[in-house]
Design a protein around this ligand. Structure first.
Ligand code: TYC
Length: 138
């Protein structure tokens, strides 16, 4: 267990007050600023370091074309599971029909996996061979 401490000093009602915050973490966090340096004039120079954390990997949920699933079923699936209006859903369905596949939405890994499961189950229940997959973006 790593323990850190921040100490603050300030004046309150004319008296010097010291507050300490003690915190715990499993690992020491990486510094986001360099240690304080003083230049000739005694002023404080803080240099910000670039953030190291990357944005989370996103996943696009893709529907694949087939020869048997009715167009109307695909349009309804895109409306219901990907929250598109009917016109947008129809455009996406036609793109899939013509190009072989099309992106219906982009989500975090968990949400994308849930969409794939929901669409796959809805197609199975309706007896259609519609295929839905997720793939990392970029
Ligand atoms: N190609 C299908 C048809 O002609 C329609 C369709 C569109 C099927 C998109 C799947 O993901 C799909 N009935």
């Amino acid at each position: 267990m790593w323990r850190g401490c921040h100490q603050f000093q300030y004046i309150e009602h004319g008296r010097a007050v010291t507050d300490r915050i003690i915190f715990m973490a499993t690992r020491k966090p990486p510094p986001t600023t360099k240690p304080i340096e003083r230049d000739d004039g005694g002023s404080v120079v803080l240099e910000r370091r670039p953030q190291r954390t990357q944005p989370p990997q996103m996943y696009q949920v893709v529907l694949l074309n087939d020869d048997y699933t009715p167009m109307e079923f695909v349009v309804v699936v895109i409306q219901e599971f990907f929250n598109k209006d009917r016109e947008t859903a129809t455009q996406i369905m036609l793109k899939i029909h013509l190009d072989g596949k099309g992106v219906c939405g982009v989500y975090s890994k968990d949400v994308a996996a849930t969409k794939v499961d929901q669409v796959t189950e809805a197609a199975r229940q309706a007896g259609h061979p519609l295929q839905c997959v997720s793939e990392p973006v970029e």
